[in-house]
Ligand binder design. Structure first.
Ligand SMILES: Cc1ncc(C[n+]2csc(CCOP(=O)(O)OP(=O)(O)O)c2C)c(N)n1
Length: 634
């Protein structure tokens, strides 16, 4: 006879099985997804959503809910499966996973999915956000728990440890961190990328209560959740007792503090949301209004017939190369490996993204000169500065978002301020991934252009990258180079072209339009110019691979050469602060005032989806460029 407890846990195991099946189906629909992680974490999610957490499936924003923070955005497939099993997301939607305009993008985003609390993807942000939420919940006297599911890779991020320290400092008894120690990262086993063991001791030393369980033993996982919550509640009780008032009544800590002035309370937004939406205010018996969570404002999607919620274009389409285009494999990796044969100062460093920045080619050729710094971008930049101080020329690679956003202060103070020869080479610049804003570096040029001493390069194709790599290595100072990786189109070899640092190159002459372009948009400008030929529109293309220092003389001369010629700057970057505005500034300063237009990304966080769809949507595709130029010319 099965005991009630055994029956409960058996049903949890069935839920876990269903989560696995659902995740597998999504992986099948899209043809990819982090399936191994989903299979691995299903038991933990089953226990979280069907045993431990307090939530309402029909009201995912319910104020009293326990919050589940998924900082590892790439595990979203697993959480979506749990949402589907829990009835938070309708089952039919799994068929749209990772497609255009799907509420289930491949990396978890708060604005997209009911039940998704935070936007993950930029790893190492979950625990710091959770600490703030826990402080807020306590302040509101909301007894909800915050669970943060982290990966062992996230332990490489210093921000995780900063949060761990502050959680202990604030004695947070409403925070439960779940760490998936799967010993896997992008470049290999976590133990070789950047070992976090002994993990227990570390977290204990930071003041945490820790348990280690087999994440696929459902009884053990359920017991661990129970123990964690009981432990928190005991800690909370002790905490309340410590602050008991003179008559022995337990008072929550905040009750000892001065009440907020009512005006200040209003300024802090109490009850604002309901008032704005015209709903009656919920008041406490004492007349005060409870603080309500600021829920991620969900993106609106076109009305959807659930039966037709099928994948349209798949997010898997992430190559900028056309199907019949000539490409070259890993031009940066091969060029660097070759250069290093002649220059013993060159070293390669990465933050767990060697394979994804083509640096693995260098690592294979020069294993003793390759440094795996772990998923720790601030460390990567700091250590690269240290290497450069010792006379080396480090090439430090990661994704453009993580260099420009996470490591900016290190790049600024440790590298640029001292003008050290660190070469920051970054994949996924602008809109070259459909993964959403966590991975789309749409503002990187603006950020690095503003940095004194920094040289900024945006090469167009494999040939440009190969030649630029040599020029970057030879340059005595810091460089930020945008990288196209993998199978990179070969475009410029058809022209008599050589990359020269700081020089713009006229690739094609034309009388009606002058495209001033950089990066992959030069490839698009050349294609657009060819297409415009058919409509008897003659277009010139000036390629500007060095964004800083800008070759103002060549740009001004070209813009002023043919009166009446329309100048169109085309860039794979927001229209704010990139090549477009740099060009406009140069022309204004020189007193040259042609008709001027910009093709670039909007000043917005962009959608997730397949690259061809997104390039079309945001006007970077050749077709859209041609359409707009014809419209501008009238
Ligand atoms: C701040 C940051 N740096 C780098 C990446 C790129 N990246 C995505 S997954 C991954 C490794 C993931 O390892 P882990 O976090 O342990 O997850 P798991 O192996 O369990 O999927 C990396 C380096 C990222 N998303 N965020």
């Amino acid at each position: 006879m099965e005991s009630p407890a055994a029956g409960h846990n058996r049903r949890l195991a069935e839920r876990a099985h269903a989560i696995r099946r659902t995740a597998l189906r999504m992986g099948q629909v899209q043809g990819q997804g982090y399936i191994a992680q989903a299979l691995d974490i299903a038991d933990v999610l089953a226990v979280a959503y069907f045993h431990a957490m307090n939530y309402r499936a029909d009201d995912p924003d319910w104020e009293e809910r326990d919050r589940f923070y998924l900082s590892i955005g790439h595990y979203a497939i697993a959480l979506y499966a749990a949402f589907i099993e829990a009835g938070i997301v309708p089952r039919e939607e799994l068929e749209s996973y990772g497609g255009d305009d799907s509420r289930l993008p491949m990396s978890g985003m708060a604005h997209y999915t009911p039940g998704m609390e935070i936007t993950g993807g930029s790893l190492g942000q979950g625990l710091p956000i959770a600490v703030g939420a826990c402080l807020g919940l306590k302040r509101k006297k909301n007894p909800a728990f915050v669970y943060n599911l982290l990966s062992d890779g996230e332990l490489g991020e210093g921000s995780t440890w900063e949060a761990a320290m502050s959680a202990a400092h604030f004695r947070l008894d409403n925070l439960i961190a779940l760490i998936d120690v799967n010993n896997q990262q992008a470049d290999g086993p976590s133990s070789t990328v950047l070992s976090a063991e002994p993990l227990h001791e570390k977290f204990r030393a930071f003041g945490w209560h820790t348990q280690r369980v087999d994440g696929n033993d459902i009884d053990a996982v359920a017991a661990a959740f129970d123990a964690a919550r009981a432990r928190c509640r005991r800690a909370a009780a002790r905490h309340h007792l410590r602050h008991a008032d003179g008559q022995g009544r337990a008072l929550p800590r905040d009750a000892r503090q001065e009440p907020l002035h009512p005006r200040r309370r209003r300024r802090m937004g109490q009850g604002c949301g309901r008032a704005r939406r015209g709903l009656p205010q919920r008041r406490r018996p004492d007349g005060s209004r409870p603080m309500r969570a600021r829920i991620a404002h969900k993106k609106t999607f076109p009305p959807r017939d659930p039966a037709a919620a099928k994948l349209k274009t798949s997010a898997m389409i992430a190559s900028i190369a056309g199907a019949d285009q000539r490409t070259q494999a890993a031009p940066f990796g091969h060029a660097l490996a070759k250069l290093a044969e002649r220059d013993s100062r060159i070293v390669g460093m990465t933050a767990d993204l060697a394979k994804y920045t083509d640096l693995h080619v260098f690592a294979q050729a020069h294993p003793d000169r390759f440094y795996q710094m772990g998923m720790a971008e601030q460390l990567l930049m700091g250590a690269a500065a240290g290497m450069a101080r010792e006379g080396f020329v480090p090439f430090a690679t990661t994704y453009a978002v993580f260099a420009s956003r996470r490591a900016y202060d290190f790049i600024c103070m440790a590298i640029a301020e001292e003008s050290l020869p660190v070469k920051i080479v970054c994949a996924l610049p602008g809109l070259t991934t459909g993964y959403g804003p966590s991975h789309q570096a749409t503002e990187d040029l603006a950020i690095f252009r503003g940095l004194p001493n920094m040289t900024v390069i945006d090469p167009c194709d494999a040939r440009d990258i190969e030649q630029a790599t040599a020029a970057v290595a030879a340059h005595d100072g810091p460089v930020y180079m945008r990288l196209l990786r993998g199978a990179v189109p070969l475009v410029l070899d058809e022209y008599d072209y050589t990359f020269e640092l700081g020089k713009a190159k006229m690739l094609r002459e034309g009388n009606d339009v002058l495209f001033v372009s950089s990066g992959l948009m030069t490839m698009r400008a050349l294609e657009a110019a060819k297409a415009l030929d058919k409509d008897r529109v003659s277009a010139a293309v000036l390629h500007v691979p060095t964004i800083k220092p800008l070759d103002e003389a060549t740009i001004v001369a070209a813009a002023g050469a043919k009166p009446g010629r329309l100048v169109v700057v085309a860039e794979n970057h927001t229209v704010v602060g990139g090549l477009g505005e740099a060009t406009a500034g140069a022309l204004m300063r020189a007193g040259v005032h042609p008709a001027f237009r910009q093709i670039g990304l909007p000043d917005a966080f962009l959608d997730a989806g397949a690259l061809p769809t997104l390039h079309d949507r945001y006007g970077l595709s050749t077709t859209k460029m041609v359409e707009r130029v014809k419209f501008w010319l009238g």
